[in-house]
Design a protein around this ligand. Structure first.
Ligand code: GRF
Length: 202
């Protein structure tokens, strides 16, 4: 498969996917990074691995209507003949035209057990703070297809991580991130092997 990563931040999941590729644990080509933040860590990682970067941000294209803006993404994705889009800390909502064009071909990783602790403002430490405040003893990660509603697409993989009494949001984030780094390449491998089907109607 040809994979495009979407990222806005540090890019540690992107790095984990590249590591898995280096170790031949996954076979796909990591062809492209699309980012809204040209100064983020993920861009540096892309440069180190000679992965092409396309920077698309509303600030660059303030006059485009939503359809024209979505078409920027679709053109880049078509140019690289992308089969699978992997969101790895991408902080912007994906346009509905992109979701339609790549139906069940966009996956996201969320650092909690959906459908709990998801939704519009549930990102980064907000998620882990909410988990700690709720008092639950188990959190984890979820990998799911992306649809038009935040964190509500079909779940394809979950892993549980224990919340210890002495955990705070920071320690929990750190703990879960380690599992994210092994889980995302594992899911890509399952897609490559046909164990998880992409592109099908739900
Ligand atoms: C991860 O916690 C992921 O679950 C969430 O965003 C974070 C991205 O981290 N979607 P990184 O940029 O991959 O380090």
């Amino acid at each position: 498969m040809n994979i495009c990563i979407f990222a806005s931040g540090t890019g540690s999941n992107f790095q984990a996917i590249l590591n898995a590729k280096s170790k031949r644990e996954i076979q796909s080509r990591i062809c492209l990074l699309i980012t809204n933040n040209s100064k983020c860590g993920a861009v540096e990682i892309a440069k180190n691995y000679s992965v092409d970067v396309v920077h698309i941000s509303r600030k660059l294209y303030p006059d485009l209507d939503p359809v024209q803006y979505s078409n920027l993404f679709i053109s880049a994705l078509k140019k690289y003949e992308i089969d699978l889009i992997v969101l790895a800390g991408y902080m912007k909502k994906i346009g509905k035209e992109v979701v339609q064009e790549y139906y069940n071909r966009i996956i996201n990783i969320h650092p909690a057990l959906l459908p709990s602790f998801g939704g519009e403002n549930m990102f980064g430490l907000n998620v882990h703070r909410a988990v700690i405040e709720s008092g639950v003893k188990v959190s984890g990660l979820t990998i799911h297809f992306v649809n038009q509603d935040y964190d509500q697409g079909k779940i394809i993989f979950q892993k549980c991580v224990e919340v210890s009494d002495d955990d705070d949001a920071f320690s929990l984030q750190k703990k879960i991130l380690i599992y994210e780094h092994e889980s995302y390449p594992e899911v890509i491998k399952r897609i490559e092997n046909g164990l998880i089907k992409i592109g099908e109607k739900q």
